[in-house]
Ligand binder design. Structure first.
Ligand SMILES: *Cc1c(COP(=O)(O)O)cnc(C)c1O
Length: 355
């Protein structure tokens, strides 16, 4: 029996997302935060209240994640009705494309999940290359919008893997030109690390604007918690395709504990931002290496021989991401702890001097 014959063609041609586990001492390949839960949060997880939670795992989680949403709503200054919770923002991308369909437009290079999920669902995807500065090619995007009438547009800002924010003015032009045509999703997974304002303040003005946020890059990648923030009507429609118990009890409870201490979270973010600046400065000084400015928790950098450098780094225990096929000639490194960054920089200096 040929199983392939039973598989829908769009799935047949899809590649499974490669998330290989490579053992290393210093893991700087996945844009995770280098800091785990604080001792305060860990202690709270040992409290009688938490033990009751573990004892109650025979019950389903709160399908509406009410307590968590309440906290998030205070965090962002929006109403709970304007929030939808996801098992990571990956799941929310799935829900958005399921709800609104395609064509789905996004600039490239960018986060790979928009394209993978559009294809998995069987919707048309349209990729528009970024310009020389890694900014939006606005005339080409507007032209494509007129021609293709997309239902969804994904804009990742700060953009993974390039690290820059797109010009706010260009994002605004896209939102304004699609008011009665498309939903524009601004993926702000890296916004906490950015010096720019972000699009949350504009939600009131544009009904077709959706903001996507995630806790993954600010310390909770293992929990799988993401959010949409948007007009109530959009939230209601997307909520129809949400699996009822998509966010498990432990993730809800731990996210609440972590978010309660906003100061601690802010401190970690500040540390990462200042290390990012130092990393950029140090990378610029190394012969044959060109780092790109970043507003995120990672830095893209150009090297002469990416394959050799990547392998050389791994031999020294440092794992970074080779962007071959995405941004040829570049590697992407996550900002780690000061110690991890030091190990990375020293390894890179050694490997790149041995041409
Ligand atoms: C990492 C990342 C996400 C986060 O996805 P989660 O499913 O929340 O872990 C979303 N968007 C972009 C651009 C990312 O890089």
């Amino acid at each position: 029996m040929d199983i392939k014959k039973f598989v829908r063609p769009n799935i047949c041609s899809l590649q499974a997302y490669e998330a290989k586990e490579i053992t290393c001492k210093v893991k700087l390949d996945a844009n995770e935060a280098p800091y785990g839960l604080s001792s305060r949060v860990l202690a709270s997880l040992m409290s009688p209240k938490s033990l009751r939670l573990f004892g109650g795992l025979n019950r389903y989680p709160d399908p509406e994640a009410k307590s968590l949403k309440k906290l998030i709503s205070r965090y962002f200054g929006v109403r709970p009705e304007n929030i939808l919770h996801g098992n990571g923002s990956d799941e929310l991308i799935y829900y958005l494309i399921t709800t609104f369909g395609g064509p789905v437009i996004y600039p490239v290079p960018t986060f790979s999940m928009y394209g993978i999920i559009a294809q998995a669902i069987g919707e048309k995807k349209i990729e528009i290359p970024l310009d020389e500065e890694f900014d939006l090619d606005i005339s080409r995007i507007l032209k494509t919008i007129r021609k293709e009438k997309p239902r969804l547009i994904f804009l990742d800002s700060p953009n993974n893997p390039t690290g820059n924010c797109f010009s706010s003015e260009r994002i605004l032009r896209i939102i304004e030109s699609t008011l009665s045509l498309s939903i524009v999703v601004v993926d702000e997974a890296y916004q906490p690390f950015s010096s720019r304002k972000g699009f949350l303040p504009l939600l009131e003005d544009y009904k077709n604007l959706v903001i996507m946020r995630s806790l993954s890059k600010i310390g909770l990648a293992g929990l799988r918690v993401g959010f949409l923030i948007a007009d109530g009507e959009i939230i209601n429609e997307v909520n129809k395709v949400r699996l009822p118990f998509n966010l498990n009890s432990l993730s809800q409870a731990i996210a609440i504990e972590v978010l309660k201490d906003r100061k601690a979270m802010q401190r970690n973010i500040q540390l990462i931002v200042s290390e990012r600046k130092r990393l950029f400065h140090e990378l610029s000084k190394i012969d044959g290496i060109k780092p790109y400015p970043s507003e995120a928790n990672f830095t893209l950098f150009r090297v002469k021989d990416p394959d050799r450098i990547c392998k050389g780094l791994l031999k020294k225990g440092v794992l970074v991401r080779n962007m071959k096929g995405v941004v040829d000639g570049c590697l992407r490194v996550t900002v780690g702890t000061p110690k991890e960054n030091r190990i990375f920089l020293n390894a890179l200096k050694e490997v790149s001097s041995k041409a």
